[in-house]
Each structure stands twice: as C-alpha cells, then as structure tokens.
Design a binder for this molecule. Structure first.
Ligand code: PLP
Length: 452
C-alpha cells in the first residue's frame, strides 16, 4: 500500500524502474514505448548519458546557492544558449522549477512592468477558454479549462477574463472563411478590452499550440498577428505560454516562430529540461527589462530554487544535445511521418473527427459521429480506456477528456521524444490504432466501425 497521494486513490500507477531511449522499463521487464514523453516532457527520451553526466558533475561542483547573493555558471550558460541570438528581441531569462511557476512569474512580471512605467491601473489579464496554464492559483485563474477550475472557483482571481480559443474544428462556423473566423476572434478580444477598459488590461495570454486541454490545436494563419495588433493598439503585453509546445516540440525552437509574432514574455518548461530535472522559466523582451532597469531595478518575486544549478545544468545539457544532434530537423521529419501515419490509420475512421498538430506534437480527436462531430458520452471515459488499452499494448500516450468545453470530448496527444526513429513512429501509430479499436469496442459495442 503506497503512502503517496497518487493522482487516483482508486487505481495505482505502474512502477517504472528504468528508462532507455524511447522506452520505459517496468518492474516485470516489460518495455513501454514512450509515445508522449509523459506530458510532452521527455524530449531526449530516457537515460541520456550526456545529461546524466552533466547533472552528476554539477552536483559535485555547486549543488545549490541562493540567488540573493550568487549566480552560477550553469544558469548563466543556459540563458546564453537559449537567448544568445536574442530571438525576437527576447533578451533575458528567469528560471524556476515548473511550468506553473513560469506562468506565475510571467503574470507578475507583466503586472510589475506596468507599475515600473507608471500605468498602475493595468491589473487585468485576458486569456482563453479551453486553455491550460498550470495548477497554482494564479496560473489556474489564467487557465480556461472548466474542469480543472471548478473545485477551486471561489479561490480564483477575478483579475482574469476569458475569450474564445481559435479552435477551427470545433468553433469555426459553417460557411465562415478562415479570415472571417480570425476577424471574429480578434473582434471578440477587442470587445473584451473595451468592456474591461483598454487601459486596465496588462496582457493577453495564450498557448500558441494548445496542448493538454484541447489536444494540439494550432491557431489559423493570421490569428496571432491579429491578436498582437489588438494588444499593441491598447498597449498591453502578449504572454505566450510555450510550456508544452515550445523548445522544439513543434519543429521550431519556439512555436511563435511559425506564427509571425513575437511575445513580450514567453513561458517554457517541459522541453527545456526534458524531465531530467524540474525546471521552467520565462524569456523576457529587452524593452520590458529596460523598463525595470530604468525603474525599481528588481522583479519583486522569487523562489528558493530559482536558477537552481543542477536543474540548469540538466537543461543546458539537454539544449546542447538538441543543437549538436540537429534534433529539430528530426522533429520536422518525424513529425511529417507521424502525421502521415495517423492520417493513414485514422483518416477514414468513423470515430476520429480530426487529426491535428505540428511537428512531434500531434493529436486525434474522437467523436461518436463524424458527420455531426458529436462527442462520446463523457461518462464512458473513452480517453481513459484508450490510455489503458495502449498501455496493455506496450505504449504510453497522453489521452484527455473535456476537449470541447472541459467536460465533453476525448482526444489523444502523441508527443514522442525528438530522438524518435521511423520504426518508433510506425509502432506508436500501430499500437495506438489497436488501442483505439479496443477502447471503442468497450464504448460503442461496435469495435468494427473502423474499415480501412
Ligand atoms: C501550456 C501549459 N502551461 C503550464 C503548464 C503547467 O506546468 P507544470 O505542470 O510544470 O506546472 C502546463 C502543464 O501541462 C502546460 O501544458
């Protein structure tokens, strides 16, 4: 009997005892193919010797110093590695221990920025429904996932408002062109600014590719430039949450590179350290830093473990491997293969309504009826059945429910490590295909609905 408060007290998680490359080893010797790096975390796969050596070396050198008095070489070199060429004008980094902490820092930095430049009325944030920004109370207030917010609704901050996501498969109207849909969403954001008072809004917050909540939903072309224009018109900052979709996951180092916009503050986490250490962080535009330099000179925020030497050493090694091994080229190539394989396997499937994503960040959305896009009864827990059926077939993926509104809908995120080879991609799709059939058989009684 475990003394850990696991995610479920009804169902114990599996004991992992090892990991190598694309596989996680179970106590009974079974090797589970890692089709999602946990929650799109393990970008280098498991047991990378270079990272392990870097962590051990850092432990032996400087394991911890407090940032009130010290900096450390690992953190400095990590910032230089990520920001050396000042991508999009981002010039400074702040490292913390998770994606939620990164979003807390992004929100507070934006708020304090407006104090620094003499606009104290900017206390409000606009984010999007069906988004996820973390589970701490500030990040959860920013998030728009109804299911995660519900138990804590009374604790969440009224400083956050929500507008519609850019989710074409579900919410683009019949007969509405891409340009019209984008215009409608930009108009909705403009209306939110007007309702709140344009000079009261500090920032708009969005995931460039929405991850866990809706399953790898990228915006339509033109969406981000349109919302950036609304923010610029009213002097608000743009915070992009790349905790899940960033650091190479979509085939470019930053997901925003494919959107034609640059954020003022960017959050990152999962792919930064690849799970070798808990680490997150934010990247900050030079003009924001300049305002702090000209003002108080200090971000009124901090954590005991910020810029942790061992966490930074792990992330530095991860980032070096990604660069030295040109892994983003592999993400793009294997991403295309994954997309093609998913399309071949599920493109005509009666219960797969959409296949979407970028790079090695792809998802399928399950539907009871392809024509009407009606979801399955959420009480059937289809996504959980798929997770179980996949595991039984030696595959770990990341299925989730509540795709549409936090309650309805099921999807599966497939986000393998950047080191994946063609055979891994093929095996992931094959096992996932079988798992989906098995799970559907339990839900519809019609496992034969799929005809190739
Ligand atoms: C987009 C996004 N933001 C923030 C978070 C929170 O990160 P963490 O779980 O490391 O606190 C997540 C985690 O899934 C995420 O996907």
């Amino acid at each position: 009997m475990s003394r850990i408060l696991h995610r479920s007290l009804h169902e114990a998680p599996h004991l992992a005892v090892g990991g190598q490359g694309m596989f996680i080893e179970m106590a009974d010797g079974r090797m589970i193919l890692d089709g999602s790096g946990g929650a799109a975390v393990s970008c280098l796969g498991h047991g990378n010797a270079r990272v392990a050596e870097a962590v051990a070396a850092q432990m032996a050198k400087v394991s911890y110093v407090h940032t009130g008095l010290f900096t450390n070489a690992a953190a400095e070199e990590l910032a230089e590695t990520v920001l050396g060429d000042e991508p999009g004008g981002l010039s400074h980094a702040y490292f913390c221990s998770s994606g939620s902490e990164a979003m807390e820092a992004a929100i507070k930095l934006a708020r304090q920025y407006f104090l620094e430049i003499g606009q104290p009325a900017r206390t409000h944030f606009i984010a999007r429904r069906a988004s996820y920004h973390g589970n701490t109370l500030g990040a959860l207030s920013a998030g728009g996932n109804a299911m995660r917010r519900a138990p804590y609704a009374e604790l969440l901050s009224p400083a956050f408002s929500h507008v519609s996501p850019c989710f074409a498969y579900r919410f683009q109207a019949e007969g509405e062109s891409d340009a019209q849909y984008v215009r409608r969403l930009a108009d909705e954001l403009e209306a939110a600014f007007q309702r709140l008072g344009p000079s009261r809004v500090a920032a708009f917050i969005a995931e460039p590719v929405v991850g866990a909540t809706t399953g790898c939903v990228a915006a339509l072309p033109g969406y981000f430039p349109a919302i950036r224009a609304v923010c610029d018109r009213h002097g608000a900052l743009l915070i992009l949450d790349e905790v899940m979709c960033g650091m190479g996951r979509t085939g470019t180092m930053h997901a925003w590179e494919q959107e034609g916009v640059v954020p003022d503050i960017q959050a990152m986490a999962k792919g930064l350290g690849g799970g070798y250490q808990p680490i997150g962080g934010i990247l900050i535009a030079a003009r924001v830093i300049e305002a702090f330099r000209a003002g108080s000179g200090a971000f009124m925020h901090g954590h005991t473990y910020q810029a942790h030497p061992v966490a930074c050493a792990a992330a530095l090694a991860v980032q070096k491997v990604i660069r030295d091994d040109d892994l983003l080229a592999n993400v793009r190539a294997m991403g295309l293969r994954l997309q093609a394989q998913l399309t071949e396997r599920f493109g005509n499937h009666a219960h797969v309504g959409d296949i979407r994503g970028r790079g090695l960040f792809q998802a399928i959305e399950l539907v009871a009826d392809r024509g009407t896009k009606a979801p399955f009864d959420p009480g059937r827990r289809l996504h959980e059945r798929i997770k179980r059926a996949a595991f039984e077939r030696g595959l770990a993926v990341y299925p989730m429910g509540g795709t549409i509104d936090g309650r309805l809908g099921d999807h599966v995120v497939i986000a393998p490590p950047y080191i994946a080879e063609a055979a891994h991609i093929d095996a992931i799709v094959e096992r996932l295909g079988d798992a989906v059939e098995a799970a559907l058989a339990g839900v519809t009684g019609d496992g034969a609905a799929y005809r190739n």
